[in-house]
Every structure is written in C-alpha cells, then in structure tokens.
Design a protein around this ligand. Sequence first.
Ligand SMILES: [Zn+2]
Length: 432
Amino acid sequence: MDKLVSLAKRRGFIFPGSEIYGGLAGMWDWGPVGSLLKKNYKDLWWKEMVQLRDDIVGMDAAIMMNTRAWEASGHTAAFTDPLIECKICHERFRPDKPDEVTTHEATHKGKKVEWTEPQKFNLLVKAYLGIIEGKQSEIFLRGEITNGVHVNFKNVVDSTRVKIPFGIAQIGKAFRNEITPGNFIFRSREFEQLEVQFYIKPDEAEGKKWFEYWKENRMEWFLKLGMKKENLRFRDHADDERAHYARLATDIEYNAPWGWQEMMGIHHRGDWDLSRHQQFSGKTMTFRDPHTNEEYLPWDIETSSGLERPLLFLLLDAYHEEDGRTFLKLHPKLAPYKAAVFPLLANKEQLVEKAREIYNGLKEDFMVAWDDRGNIGKRYASQDEIGTPYCITVDFQSLEDGMVTVRDRDTAQQERINMIDIKEFLTRKINY
Ligand SMILES: [Zn+2]
C-alpha cells in the first residue's frame, strides 16, 4: 500500500487534496494520469450497463435536492454512525473500531482518557443555498446518488419506452461527513458512485431471481477487469445487520492489505424508496403494465459501488515488482495510455519526424503518450509505472524498412512490427 501511494503521487494518479495548504482530510485530487484511469473505468461501466443493454437507461440527477427527499429516504434521521467522543480533545471515533480508540488513547501519553456514551452523528454534509443563511436555506449535499433516480422514476417511465423489468444507471459524486476517513482513497468524504436501480415486479420469485442475477453479473465485472479471483468474495448480510428496508443484501468484498473490505453492495430494497417518495411527495409512483393494465409499486434491486474503492483495489492487484522492474499490470482497457511512442534519439530530426507521424496517426483513436526524454530504459520505466501496455520505438532501421520496436509491458518482450500495422495491432490487443 505504501508503495502504491507513493507511486500514485509520483506518477500523477492521485494527489492529497489542497496539498499546498496542508491538505483537507478525506479529500483527494486526481492528476493527469489518474483522471484518465477514472474516465476509462466510468466509460467501460457505462458502455456495459447502458450502451450494450436494452433494459437499462442512464440519467444524471442534480447533486442538491429538495430537503424533503432526504426526509423521505430517512437520511436526515437515520443516516448516522454512533460515535464516542474523547473528553480531553473532543475527537470522535467509532466504538466498533477498538484499534482506533486505543491508538488515540496512546496519543494522550499516559493520561486517563474518558469517553462519552455512543452518540449519533449525521453523515450528510450541510450547505446553504441562497443569500440568507439559516434554517430555510439549509440543504444537504447528497450522501448517495440513489435518491435522484427514485424521485425521477415516473419521469423516466413517461418519457421513454421502458417496461418493467428495467434499470436506471447513474454515475455521480456523493459526500459524507465521515469521521475517520482513511486507508488512502478507501474512505473519503467526497467520492463518486456508480449505481443501477433495477425495477421489477413485486414478486418474491422475481426478487430472488434478479438479486442472484446481479450478484453474479457484478462479480463477473470485476473478474473481467482483471481483479484476482482469490481477492474477491461475497458476504451476505445477516438478518440483524441489514438496513431495515433491505430484504436481501450482499457485499462484494476485496482482500485489502488491512483485511476484507466492502467494495460494492447488491441490495433488494423492495418498494421502500418508491413508497416513501410517494408518501412524502403525495405523487403516485406506481407503474401500469401496458399489456395487462395491472398497476403496482415496483421493487428495486440496487447495485451500488463507489469509484475510488474498485480503482484502489484494481491498482493494488495491478502493482507488480519483477526482475527489478515496477509495473502496473492494468487491463489495457483501463490503462490511462494505450501506447507510448518514442524516437530512439531526441536530437535526430528524421527519427523524431517519423515517430511524430506514428504518434499523430494513433492519437485519433487511442490515448497515446509521447516521450523523448532521457534514455529508452528510463522511458520504459516511467511507462511501466503508469501501466502503458505498449511502447513503440522508432530507430534508424525503421527509416529503412518501416519496422518499429513494440515492447510489451508485462513480459518486457520486444517485437518488430510494420508501422502500417500498428493501429490494427493495438485495436486487437486492447479490445481482447
Ligand atoms: Zn483525545
């Protein structure tokens, strides 16, 4: 983990938020390379969920919502963690994390530390909208992106051709006043979520069927992206730990350096959300089947994950040290750059010109990097560390026979390929 955090900063993946001002806890800024990785992940997810499926549509709801929506979903009342507070310095901690409590007590160097009883603390981040401060202009930044989908259920049904069962996919930022952000980007106060709310007929067998379907579907997704099977597992929630509205709930967990951790959730939410919004808004949320005229409040199977957690775990799985090399074995589809192009020598005009020609030709179809600094070894090393699958070098021989050296990130093997075949080569290798 320490090596990854250092690489992430050194190579432009992730910087601590507001670093020059001493930072802001739980905030991270994604750099030139990291923002590409993020975008690739989101694009792949969107393609799989929205573009390739006939039963899911996308949407993009506002971050700020009418406060009634949060009352309806129960967030203003129940979206809390019980916390205990140190009576010396008033820092708050989760009582179910005894390690953190002990570590904190040690910072008071032998003084007897007393703690308050566990108290609830709202995780929603407050903001003020409008020019007058006060209760009336008080709103919340969304603590999860789900609500923006449910409140638009009728709008989506009425404006599209969707029929139950169907899903609504969304990607967006959410904010939580986490008391103890930590483990790098694992627990942040600002993060992104990717969710599908999948609406089905209110029927026990349908509910079980789709719940199982989405469990397998999401596990398959992480495996396809190259996550190691032995680092993934399902963890079904016991009856007493499920949220009160959840009929069934499973996490997909990852075997992190600090133990098995939740990466995503699959939840059978029944009609909890739609019924609450119906009740609080006074607007009907039912679906009428166009063939049978049957009218009902649909059930919802939700698949929900953050963006930062899967990316952290994909990076951890991708991190390799072999034969003195450090490289990120990212799936080529996720890799920030698909290839890098080098002229063997930066001061030989003919080499630079030919390499530029290749680089410009690839740019239209792929995110490609250019590097003419230092020697080839250093250029390979820097591309390895950002996970670029192929490096293409133009040398003097290339000027005569049109062949270039293509070097593979994972094996460090080199082969000579005709420059007119490069585009086809990359297309084939990246879309496997
Ligand atoms: Zn203290």
